[in-house]
Design a protein around this ligand. Structure first.
Ligand code: PLP
Length: 451
């Protein structure tokens, strides 16, 4: 068996008598590695120190402003947390919900999303509440992947996809989005798919394409034309489309958010993924959902039931209360405007710096091109950055010297394509305006290091 990270210790000898008859030489050995984990952990990149542990706040100066991780530093809306408190005081809401999700939440999802998907959704068979979008996606892969089935991911990709596909026996196949050419101003729309490259990635083992719109980390909101091209490939080769739309409420500048499930023929092969964490600034609540045809949702329900059984009950009630009120409160529009202001703070900052960046049309990340940042040759980097790309070093350097942390984008590529991401750092603007202004002020110090 392939064991790239953990090899069996040389003194490992399976024996029925190990414990009672353990010799003193065995007892004195380091016993911390006698049990090797399954190889899928290494194959799913779960054992290499990931970007989150390298850039963990604990490794950075205490006063570093964290624009690395994509969670908000502000609370969910008061009327939603009040609904959570009420739910905690309701006995039944503290217990297992139906594995499909609490009926109130499924009804709220039906009412809110039905018109957007242009369907009268069936809350019994076409909606599944999950433990965050992550678990929902994992369950889709459990339900549909046979060993070695291939899943096409556009790079840069949300890093959780890779382990989730691999743990379910699948094989990720990567198709890069191509960054804007030139050093002028660009928007996320300038990151493009090469349709021929996409077609070439399809093999007889391809089972699924994952589309993420609005996209993390690029902020790209896929156009109708781009989605039609993807849909044509899915239709031609009979593929499932997983449409990860967790940032659907964060689309700016009047750009249209097209749901691929609404394109002709696509409902039958698309599962649309949503997240209350993004919609209501509650990433730790772990409430998400899947919407799709019965043929995709029912096998996923069977998998999800055997993985988590059901999701967090009281917070499902709170999310239901949230979705029930968003229209009347105009909540998503107000939230979108607030995010647009937050985005503007970083855009103004990067304009003043004079470094190129990608203006995101959606989501809450901005990519800054740091290829002109000059790092002193003898700058000391921790061992965890050995062998990592320029962006890992630039991110570390800026965190320590300027006091703002970000995330290196090459992490979201396979090793063969990681060079494409190496010029970029990802800055999250899901933070309050004061924090962003303080970060913007500090980031002006990057000027000292620009070539
Ligand atoms: C593109 C994308 N999909 C899915 C998720 C996971 O969402 P959740 O927190 O609901 O599991 C994230 C979270 O960052 C994301 O960026």
């Amino acid at each position: 068996m392939h064991r790239s990270f953990f090899s069996l210790p040389t003194f490992y000898r399976p024996s029925r008598r190990i414990l009672p008859r353990m010799s003193s030489s065995v007892a004195n050995k380091d016993r911390s590695k006698i049990i090797a984990p399954a190889s899928r952990l290494a194959e799913g990149r779960a054992l290499t120190p990931d970007v989150w542990s390298i850039y963990n706040v604990a490794n950075l100066p205490a006063d570093c402003i964290n624009l690395g991780q994509g969670y908000m530093n502000f609370p969910p809306p008061k009327w939603v947390t009040e609904a959570a408190e009420q739910a905690l005081n309701n006995v039944m809401a503290n217990h297992y919900s139906h594995p499909k999700g609490r009926l109130r939440l499924r009804e709220a999802i039906k009412t809110y999303y039905g018109p957007q998907l242009q369907r009268d959704l069936n809350a019994e068979t076409e909606i599944l509440v999950t433990s965050g979008a992550n678990e929902g996606q994992y369950s889709v892969w459990t339900a549909f992947l046979e060993h070695n089935d291939e899943v096409i991911l556009f790079e840069p990709f949300f890093d959780q996809y890779l382990p989730s596909v691999v743990f379910n026996g699948g094989k990720p196949v990567y198709v890069p989005l191509h960054p804007p050419k030139g050093s002028g101003k660009s928007t996320s729309n300038d990151w493009t798919i090469d349709n021929d490259e996409l077609r070439r990635a399809v093999t007889p083992r391809t089972k699924m394409i994952v589309v993420n719109t609005p996209h993390n980390p690029v902020g790209k909101v896929f156009t109708r034309k781009e989605l039609e091209a993807i849909a044509a490939v899915a239709e031609q080769f009979n593929l499932i489309v997983m449409s990860d739309e967790v940032y659907d409420q964060l689309v700016f500048d009047g750009k249209e958010h097209v749901r691929i499930a609404t394109l002709p023929g696509m409902w039958d092969r698309t599962v649309t993924v949503g997240s209350a964490g993004k919609a209501f600034a509650a990433t730790g609540w772990r409430v998400g959902w899947l919407i799709g045809p019965q043929s995709l949702i029912q096998p996923t329900l069977a998998a999800s039931t055997r993985i988590v059984f059901c999701s967090n009950s009281p917070l499902q009630e709170a999310v239901a209360a949230g979705l029930e009120q968003v229209v009347q409160r105009n909540f998503f529009q107000i939230q979108r405007d607030e995010y647009a202001e937050r985005r503007q703070i970083l855009i103004d900052c990067f304009d003043q710096l004079g470094l190129p960046y990608t203006n995101p049309e959606g989501g809450y990340f901005i990519l800054l091109d740091v290829s002109r940042v000059q790092i002193p040759d003898d700058y000391p980097f921790p061992e965890s950055l050995q062998g990592r790309g320029f962006d890992f070093k630039a991110g570390w350097f800026l965190a320590l010297e300027v006091g703002v942390s970000s995330i290196p984008v090459s992490e979201f590529y396979c090793p063969e394509h990681s060079k494409i991401g190496e010029n970029f750092l990802r800055f999250a603007f899901c933070k309050d305006a004061d924090t962003l202004r303080r970060a913007a002020e500090r980031l002006q110090n990057v000027k000292r290091y620009i070539k």
